[in-house]
Write a protein that binds this ligand. Structure first.
Ligand SMILES: Nc1ncnc2c1ncn2[C@@H]1O[C@H](COP(=O)(O)OP(=O)(O)O)[C@@H](O)[C@H]1O
Ligand SMILES: O=c1ccn([C@@H]2O[C@H](COP(=O)(O)O)[C@@H](O)[C@H]2O)c(=O)[nH]1
Length: 729
């Protein structure tokens, strides 16, 4: 119905008398208050505003410049000083490099764009390949971070352009550089949590260094804590935002606890990181996850044979085998009395806790002492153990390795060897009578009473967990070939080679391991030491020569045919590093001179490979314990025009090497023309040299574990020069 009461209202809120009557009768609502316009307040004049620190903080660079002669500020010395300081900050901030996107680079750009970036700039490099969804996801996150943190440089490079043959299974890989050195690297997407988000990536990147720079604080390097705090704040905002979105349907619960954990306490517990997120190569000492393979099957199915064949085909010492049999509990005296009543095929016959502990240790890259089981006497050899070193691939073999889910879940690949029961029984009779000191009757009795029932109850049901089933065991060459092909890429290079693309470890073979075993043995004769060292050094030298520049060359062969080959650069020389130390008392060297001839021991091999090569020497003289070092040199005059093969058998701390390299560079040798050859290198030495000289190459035959407190390489090979020249007697 239309409202037919027309109420006239003037500005005072007055109305007609008729309306007043209607109001009294309750037909109209009470009279509204008289209208009063809001009071007028003129806008505050900028000049009359109170000027303080906060006011200055709000000014732009231009505005602060205009305030040069401002009378208010002239009266206030503090504010005038503060204005200048703030102006300085803003000018610095304007100078800071702005990147803002993920820039594609090629292999030849790498040194310029990454290694030679300004020292205050952090560079995040993604090694990627098109067509890998994980790479696409991480790239998207980095694009966002690049816009948020424009003073951090983000570049992308196709993995194999950066590192030839870089395994695709390591993609995507992030490398973080600063001041020409690799500060961290992250292999695989799992480092950034199950849900890879820009905020999560940011937090991981900033855990140990102030990698992300938004350029707000000028060119001053921000502290890790400050950067981390900012990144955490952004992550919290994101989590809260996501939570609010989720809350709209009332489905999620928010856990912010731990997000603000102190930076020193490490990774935030609420971060969605997977358990394997520790497997970065960054802290090259950090744990690397090995590839664990389980091989199960009935007794005498050929499990051990299959494992041996895989190991033989891989032909690599970075594969180790752990047999579940080694973890048989061993019988008590009481049990031994009635051994025929003991069920060796039941899961309880094994010490699974100890087996698990052993696997966990290997996964943490620790070596383990594996018990040795004596099948004839049904007990462990109390004094002997087998040392198993941490390796890239660990094979776990045994009838019940798939039985316990804790063991099973540690496996990356599960193989079941499936052999006909009659064949297995026939093999078992033969094996147990020949190798395990049994008679046929006892074998058959044990088989019927325990082995077969346990196979049906425990072994066969675990077959369903297998990823690969190998019928006919060791006779199935096709299956074994396929498995070997799958495992081979898991045998990565040494972590340091991934961090420093200029470090080359010559391919490990059993020949090479054999020679190392001989020369590292403190009991070897001097003659053998020299013989095997020379062989090894030649391998290193030959590999080093392969890094010299070459040109294509065609020759005519005796058959009159054309052969297209290469011609290596001929302008080269060797330079040996020799140390002289003023040692006192018992430490004084037996040769009476205090000279360690290290590098010279490599000269013979170099001469044998490069006829007539010129060889120079650098003598580094350490004056007692005061750390003072003097350098003497005898180098070819035209050394600046030559490629230099720098010789030192052992790279330990890297200090002497750095001094020698520094000297060569002073003499005009370009850093990239130096190839540093050694037999063994400590990781500390590699870090030290590669950080300072990223363009030279290091060629070594093995990277050892570490340096001890006395800066000796462990396990190492002692004072190489003294052992070689016999000056250690
Ligand atoms: N394919 C095969 N052909 C013939 N004998 C085999 C074959 N595979 C294994 N054997 C033999 O059978 C016995 C048990 O083999 P093994 O590999 O030790 O089995 P498991 O480790 O499963 O007990 C051994 O004596 C071995 O030499
Ligand atoms: O003291 C022992 C311990 C074990 N056994 C039997 O060995 C097999 C397991 O070894 P495979 O090499 O896998 O065959 C198991 O069936 C046990 O019955 C033993 O007889 N005595």
């Amino acid at each position: 119905m239309a409202n037919y009461h027309f109420v006239y209202k003037d500005v005072e809120g007055a109305s007609t008398q008729w309306d007043d009557i209607q109001r009294k009768l309750g037909n109209l609502p009470p009279k509204p208050p008289a209208f009063k316009p809001p009071s007028f307040t003129p806008a505050e004049d900028e000049d009359s505003k109170h000027k303080d620190k906060a006011w200055i903080d709000d000014r732009t660079e231009e505005q602060l410049e205009d305030l040069e002669d401002d009378p208010d500020l002239d009266d206030d010395r503090f504010l005038q000083e503060y204005r200048k300081k703030r102006l300085g900050e803003l000018r610095q901030a304007a100078k800071v490099q702005r990147y803002g996107s993920v820039v594609p680079i090629s292999g030849s750009d790498f040194v310029r764009e990454v290694s030679q970036a300004p020292p205050d700039v952090w560079v995040v490099v993604i090694l990627y390949k098109d067509g890998y969804p994980e790479c696409g996801l991480l790239l998207q996150c980095l694009e966002q971070l690049a816009t948020k943190y424009p003073a951090t440089k983000f570049v992308k490079i196709i993995s194999t352009d950066c590192i030839p043959n870089y395994p695709d299974c390591n993609l995507p890989t992030l490398l973080v550089y600063n001041n020409s050195a690799v500060k961290a690297n992250y292999v695989g997407l799992h480092n950034f949590g199950r849900r890879c988000t820009p905020e999560g990536v940011a937090l991981v990147l900033c855990q140990s260094d102030p990698v992300l720079n938004d350029g707000q604080s000028g060119s001053e390097p921000s502290s890790r804590e400050a950067v981390l705090k900012g990144v955490q704040q952004r992550l919290i905002e994101k989590v809260v935002r996501d939570h609010e979105d989720d809350d709209d349907d009332g489905s999620s619960s928010l856990r912010l606890d731990g997000l603000l954990s102190s930076p020193s306490s490490g990774r935030s517990p609420a971060l969605p990181l997977s358990s394997s997120s520790s497997s970065t190569l960054a802290d090259s000492n950090g744990p690397k996850q090995p590839f664990v393979i389980g091989v199960s099957g009935g007794t005498a199915s050929g499990k051990t044979t299959v494992c041996d064949m895989i190991i033989q085909q891989l032909h690599d010492h970075r594969v180790v085998l752990v047999n579940q049999d080694s973890f048989y509990r061993g019988l008590t005296a009481e049990e031994a009395k009635c051994v025929h009543e003991y069920n060796f095929d039941h899961p309880d016959a094994f010490d699974t806790e100890q087996f698990l502990e052993c696997i966990e240790k290997l996964r943490r890259t620790q070596s383990v002492q594996v018990p040795i089981y004596d099948f004839k006497n049904h007990r462990r050899c109390s004094e002997s153990f087998r040392q198993v070193n941490a390796s890239d691939v660990i094979i776990l073999e045994g009838i019940l390795v798939f039985h316990d889910p804790r063991v099973r879940n540690l496996m990356n690949m599960k193989i079941f060897v499936d052999t006909d029961a009659d064949v297995r029984l026939a093999r078992r009779i033969r094996r147990d009578t020949v190798e395990r000191g049994r008679d046929i009757n006892s074998v058959l009795e044990q088989y019927a009473k325990f082995v077969k029932p346990a196979f049906d109850d425990f072994v066969l049901p675990s077959k369903k967990y297998a990823d690969v089933i190998i019928p006919r065991g060791g006779d199935n060459h096709v299956a074994i070939d396929l498995i070997v092909q799958h495992i081979r890429p898991k045998l990565g290079q040494h972590d340091l080679c991934k961090i420093y693309p200029n470090v080359y470890v010559i391919q490990s073979t059993f020949q090479l391991r054999g020679m190392h075993t001989l020369i590292r043995d403190c009991g070897i004769s001097k003659h053998d030491f020299v013989f095997y060292s020379d062989r090894l050094i030649r391998l290193v030298v030959e590999h080093g020569l392969g890094h010299l520049p070459f040109t294509e060359k065609q020759v005519v062969t005796p058959t009159g045919s054309m052969y297209t080959g290469v011609d290596f650069c001929k302008k080269l020389c060797g330079v040996s590093i020799i140390r002289r130390k003023i040692l006192r008392g018992a430490n004084f060297l037996a040769n009476g001179t205090g000279i360690q001839y290290g590098g010279e021991s490599m000269e013979n091999a170099l001469r044998a490979c490069c006829k007539g090569i010129k060889i120079g020497k650098i003598l580094i003289h350490s004056d007692g314990d005061n750390g003072k070092q003097l350098i003497y040199e005898k180098l070819p005059k035209d050394i600046s025009e030559r490629h230099v093969l720098l010789l030192d058998p052992v790279l330990a701390t890297g200090n002497s090497a750095n001094q020698a390299i520094e000297l060569l560079i002073q003499k005009g040798v370009p850093e990239s023309h130096i190839i540093f050859l050694n037999l063994i290198s400590a990781p500390e030495g590699i870090h030290c040299v590669c950080k300072r000289f990223p363009s030279l190459k290091i060629v070594t035959s093995e990277i050892d574990v570490a340096l001890n407190e006395e800066f000796r390489v462990i396990p190492g090979m002692g004072e190489f020069g003294d052992r070689y020249f016999g000056t250690d007697d």
